[in-house]
Write a protein that binds this ligand. Structure first.
Ligand SMILES: [Fe+2]
Ligand SMILES: [Fe+2]
Length: 131
């Protein structure tokens, strides 16, 4: 079940960042599929771990690129990343402690968590990126 589908309009106009966003989407789908097919808990935790780690890597790189191009709202964007990291950590803790996390609930959270950011907030820096 592909729960999240990448669309061209999500592009921020930077190939590297788009690839990273696509990878995040792929990781969320991977988790959805693993849950659907009844994967064991350690396998799900491993995917979530990977997602949390890759999210940190992506945020750092994005911030570095935004710094380079002098994005005026970088401080606000950084703050948003801090909040997202915290939300994911809380979510991860809940997921870890719940015996049977529901796929729909998990996917709704991750979809909102990622989409809300990539589709709305990340789009705002797009015009400031160099060619
Ligand atoms: Fe991003
Ligand atoms: Fe971002």
């Amino acid at each position: 079940m592909a729960l999240v589908e990448w669309q061209e309009c999500y592009s921020v106009g930077n190939e590297r960042l788009d690839q990273q966003h696509q990878r995040l989407v792929a990781m969320i789908n991977q988790l959805g599929e693993a849950m659907d097919t009844g994967s064991e808990r350690p396998a799900l935790i491993k995917i979530l771990n990977g997602l949390a780690g890759y999210t940190k890597t992506h945020f750092s790189e994005e911030e570095r690129i935004l710094e380079e191009c002098g994005y005026p709202d970088l401080a606000e964007h950084r703050e948003e990343h801090v909040v997202l990291n915290r939300q994911l950590a809380d979510f991860y803790r809940d997921f870890y402690m719940t015996t049977r996390p529901q796929t729909a609930e998990v996917m709704a959270f991750l979809k909102g968590w990622l989409y809300g950011h990539i589709v709305e907030k990340d789009q705002r820096y797009s015009p400031f990126l160099g060619p």
